[in-house]
Design a protein around this ligand. Structure first.
Ligand SMILES: [Fe+2]
Length: 404
């Protein structure tokens, strides 16, 4: 069994231009590094050996990698370091293998061996001033405009598109710019029209508490598009959007015990249409990443199954869900907006909860067109375009969603 490397082997975004390296020398299991600007730090020798990207060791970016952690034993050590070529470091290992590294990349890692974690920008009812709005024509034709909207989605988990034509083809055309459309049991692009024989709550005229969609799936939908075709202006149906990360942080600050329950114990969500489907998932309502940061939310009061939590936990869990429900129903935490025809809201279904006020279906028909986009696809589109438009943002670790 190998030891865990001291530093995560993960590309780091070099925030500022790092100084060139003045010296490197072996120091026990580590390599001491001195930079030209006087700063100094260390790298793990095993990490350094494993990071070699020569033809023999392989290429991390494309995944054609041949050197494995098992090849990088504790006894490994470097015979010599050459830092005399500007921008380059050459290391000769004890077995004669030669590795070459980018000096700036190594210099960036001595102080910050872990990748930068992206800090989401939290919002409440104040979102209206900050919400990113992007024109359909620009987003479908211009990668820079698409990138700006992807950045807004990364920051706030939500963006608005304007001037979206009412055709089905337009919904798929713009949604496809963000990543692969995920086909669900309702199809690829589906229509939400208020109707008397409603199968899902979205087709009724009733009010809906803000929720995430389909928390009963192991992997809930990633990003959701709501494209307004017809809206019942004056008849209700105002969209209520809530930043799940914001309310989670409020819980962490105000009721830490309840916050902890939602991050530690599973809650079961389910959905059954008899004889057709029976989805069920037990998962954390609030997902945390390895550093304890909120990384995803799943919550829909209408999909809660009778819980199987042990007797000594069940009341606490219900109180935690009640507190969460109070917070997401508080107008101070809601961005409220009456969608207009031609507008589309795009939002991260594993961060942003969506709901709406009731409306009167006898006054107006409400018709939204919706589709789901894979979450990985959206973040992949962001990173790929960041390589072109904002290279320093491409490698930050983004919040990774409702990951149990
Ligand atoms: Fe929904």
């Amino acid at each position: 069994m190998l030891d865990t490397p001291k530093h995560a082997i993960r590309p780091t975004a070099a925030a500022a231009l790092p100084a060139p390296i003045r010296t490197m020398r072996a120091q026990g299991p580590e390599v001491a590094v001195e930079l030209a600007d006087g700063r100094s730090g260390k790298l793990s020798t095993r990490w350094l050996r494993l990071a070699c990207e020569c033809e023999i060791c392989g290429d991390t970016a494309s995944g054609k990698r041949w050197l494995t952690p098992a090849d990088v034993g504790k006894a490994i050590h470097a015979e010599s370091f050459d830092v005399s070529v500007p921008g380059e470091v050459t290391v000769i290992w004890q077995d004669g293998h030669v590795s070459r590294y980018d000096a700036a990349d190594l210099a960036a890692r001595i102080d910050s061996p872990h990748a930068t974690r992206f800090q989401p920008k939290l919002w409440g009812s104040d979102l209206s001033e900050r919400l990113g709005r992007f024109a359909f024509d620009a987003v479908v034709t211009d990668d820079a405009a698409l990138f700006s909207s992807l950045r807004a989605l990364r920051d706030h988990g939500i963006a608005m598109l304007t001037g979206v034509p009412a055709e089905t083809e337009a919904t798929a055309r713009i949604a496809g710019r963000y990543g692969p459309i995920r086909e669900t049991s309702y199809g690829k692009v589906f229509d939400l029209i208020s109707r008397p024989d409603a199968r899902v709550a979205g087709e009724t005229a009733r009010a809906q508490i803000p929720h995430t969609d389909e928390p009963f799936r192991y992997a809930p939908p990633g990003f959701i598009f709501f494209h307004a075709i017809r809206t019942g202006a004056g008849s209700g149906g105002t969209s209520l959007m809530v930043d799940g990360f914001h309310v989670a942080e409020m819980m962490r600050a105000q009721t830490p015990d309840l916050f902890e329950l939602l991050t530690r114990y599973g809650v079961t969500f389910h959905r059954e249409h008899q004889g057709e489907v029976f989805f069920s998932a037990e998962a954390h309502v609030i997902s945390l990443d390895a550093a304890g940061a909120v990384t995803g939310i799943r919550y829909n009061d209408r999909c809660l199954a009778p819980q199987w939590a042990p007797l000594d936990q069940v009341d606490g869990l219900i109180e935690a869900l009640a507190e969460l429900t109070r917070l997401i129903c508080d107008p101070q935490n809601q961005f409220q907006h009456q969608l207009q025809p031609g507008e589309a809201l795009v939002f991260d279904n594993q961060r942003v909860l969506h709901g709406r006020t009731a409306f009167d279906p006898t006054l107006a028909v409400r018709h939204l067109r919706s589709c789901n986009i894979d979450r990985d696809g959206v973040h992949s589109a962001f990173r790929s375009l960041a390589r072109r438009f904002a290279p320093e943002e491409a490698e930050a670790v983004l919040y990774q969603g409702a990951i149990f």
